[in-house]
Ligand binder design. Sequence first.
Ligand code: AMP
Length: 210
Amino acid sequence: MKLILLGPVGSGKGTQAGLISERYKLPHISTGEIFRSNIKSGTELGKLAKSYIDRGELVPEDVTNNLVKNRIAEKDCIYGFILDGYPRNLAQAEFLNTITEIDLALMINLSEEKIIERLSSRRMCNKCNQPTSLAWMIDGKCEKCGGDVYIRDDDKPDVIKNRLTKQAVPQDLINYYREKGVFSSIDATDDVESTYSLVDEELKKVNNND
Ligand code: AMP
C-alpha cells in the first residue's frame, strides 16, 4: 500500500502516519523528520534545510525530490510506504508520479482554530522522534517512551503563521489526486483514536480493491 497523507501543518497527520506505520508495518517517511534528523547530526543536507525550515519556507524542490526518490528505493519500502509531508505541491506530485504509483492520497482536515490550538501545545520527543502534546505527556516526558521533549523551532508563533499561509495544501494538488481517483478526505477534529478509525476505514477500502 503506497499512501500519501496530506493535510495542513498541525492536523495530526504525523501522529496518524505513526499509527498506520505501527499497525500496517509500513515505513513512515516524513520529509520534515528526515530534515530534522539531518539538522541534528549536522550534515550538509541539514545545514541547507535549516535555512529554509527556520523561516517556515519549503526546502528546494530538487533536494526534496531526490531525497524521496532515494528513500522509497530502499528495501523496507518494497510492500509500500506512508509519505508524510510530501508531496507538498503539484510539481512534487508530478515528480513522484514519474517514480511510483500511489494507491491513496488521504487528506487529514482540521479547522485553523484547532490547528493553532494543537500546534501551541505540540512537543517533539527527543528519543522516539514522535510528536506528542502537553495534554498527553506524563510527568513532563513523552507518554510513549519517557523521553525528553522539545518545542520545534518552527512551532514558534511567528513561524506557525508563515507555515499556515505558505504551506496550505494547494487545491491543484488535491485536484491532481482526485482526477486520478485516489483522493479521499477525513475530519480530524476528534481524538487520535477516533480519527484513526476514520483513517482505517479509508485504508480498508484500498485493501479491499486489491
Ligand atoms: P513538517 O515536519 O512536514 O511540518 O516539515 C517541516 C519543514 O520541513 C517544512 O516547514 C519545510 O520547510 C520542510 N519540508 C518538509 N517536507 C517538505 C517538502 N515536501 N518540500 C519542501 N520542504 C519540506
